[in-house]
Design a protein around this ligand. Structure first.
Ligand SMILES: NC(=O)c1ccc[n+]([C@@H]2O[C@H](COP(=O)([O-])OP(=O)(O)OC[C@H]3O[C@@H](n4cnc5c(N)ncnc54)[C@H](O)[C@@H]3O)[C@@H](O)[C@H]2O)c1
Length: 283
């Protein structure tokens, strides 16, 4: 299927830049959140990606405005009546995502593919609440979405081969690198990433080393650009904790869930997006 118009639901850490990647390929996209200020936040993220390119001499200022003009902000579903491909990027809670999928099923044309950026939840369970489980698929970007090329196209039990192929084609059209994977816990990337990050989290718990010191050692070793605690802050501690708990449930104690992270999440300190996590962040 050819995507003439797309939509993204949720304009948080991921959604704004997901919309940016779609508009970057010349495709009109609606960016929906529940409040104007959240929509503005997402549009601001998209603008800042293009603004950096303007400053580097890689993009004309007029082109920035043209691409930004392809993103329509929304707090309701009134412009979803002619969309072909929707990417849901709301917080990682199954009941919330299922409610959004029920709504999307009602407001989008029957031909539309309903995709989820979920990091760990079941695509099958998202499809089950719709009348089109064959058109429900995982479309998992990585942070930051404007930079990371990989997209995991995740097939649920009911996802049709045609839907998986259309999602793969769409990923290529927006110049990403799709890989197809089954609905296994952690899919491919988070299963690999968390197996090593788990060891660092566990080491911190066992030794009591200061998290900033451990991050510094990892960054200086050049094993990764930033350490695991700073990275978790950037990704959002609620999201990271959800994935970690899901992997521990599925594969057992070899996947660590960090107690300090649990305390921060319980206190509402979710990292960069709330201004405080393992680190303090200015907005
Ligand atoms: N943060 C990451 O690094 C990352 C990476 C890959 C995938 N993901 C996945 O992407 C999804 C979103 O994660 P995030 O980090 O962007 O979350 P986030 O908390 O930063 O943003 C979620 C946004 O969804 C909005 N929202 C909540 N309910 C909504 C509704 N009913 N309709 C529209 N918008 C609604 C919130 O207001 C918020 O702006 C999750 O499934 C997560 O697992 C996250």
């Amino acid at each position: 299927m050819f995507v003439f118009k797309a939509a993204v639901v949720g304009a948080g850490t991921m959604g704004g830049e997901i919309a940016q990647t779609i508009a970057d390929a010349g495709i009109p996209v609606v960016l929906k959140d529940v409040k104007d200020e959240f929509v503005e936040h997402g549009l601001g993220k998209a603008r800042s990606v293009w603004q950096a390119r303007v400053e580097q001499g890689k993009l004309e200022a007029a082109e920035l405005e043209r691409r930004l003009g392809l993103i329509t902000g929304a707090t309701d579903y009134s412009s979803f009546g002619d969309v072909d491909f929707v990417i849901e990027a709301v917080p990682e809670r199954i009941e919330l995502k299922q409610a959004v999928f029920e709504e999307l099923d009602a407001v989008t044309p029957g031909r539309a593919i309903l995709a989820s950026n979920t990091s760990a939840l079941s695509i099958t369970e998202l499809g089950e609440v719709t009348g089109r489980p064959d058109k429900v698929v995982g479309f998992h970007y990585f942070y930051p979405a404007s930079v990371m090329r990989l997209i995991e196209v995740v097939e649920g039990e009911d996802t049709s081969p045609g839907t998986a192929q259309s999602a793969t084609n769409f990923a290529q059209r927006i110049r990403k690198l799709p890989i197809r994977c089954a609905e296994a816990p952690g899919f491919v990337v988070n299963r690999i990433l968390n197996s090593s990050v788990s060891e660092l989290w566990r080491y911190q718990v066992e030794t009591g080393i200061d998290v900033k010191e451990l991050d510094k050692i990892v960054a200086e070793s050049k094993a990764a650009p930033v350490g695991p605690f700073y990275l978790s802050d950037l990704l959002g501690l609620d999201t990271v904790l959800n994935v970690a708990m899901h992997l521990a449930d599925a594969y057992g104690e070899r996947f660590c869930t960090h107690p300090g992270m649990k305390e921060l999440v319980a206190a509402g300190n979710l990292g960069a997006k709330t201004g405080k996590g393992f680190y303090e962040h200015s907005s």
